[in-house]
Design a protein around this ligand. Sequence first.
Ligand SMILES: [Zn+2]
Length: 75
Amino acid sequence: MKYLILIGVVVGLIWWIKFSRPAKPSAPAAEADNGPQPMVRCAHCGLHLPQNEAIDSANAVYCSQAHRDLAEPRA
Ligand SMILES: [Zn+2]
């Protein structure tokens, strides 16, 4: 009788863990918020990166402020 109660508790615990989680797997937060991002290419080093992380310039896009400064030095 003792084992029946123990098995019942274990099965109940497994059932609770299984059904307390969301039914469908959720996408990673970053993807869900922004959706698929178009990729752009750094005009200095050629690195591909998401458009929302790129540094925009008048003529091109860059992967970082440093590469923008190297490619387009300020007078
Ligand atoms: Zn770069």
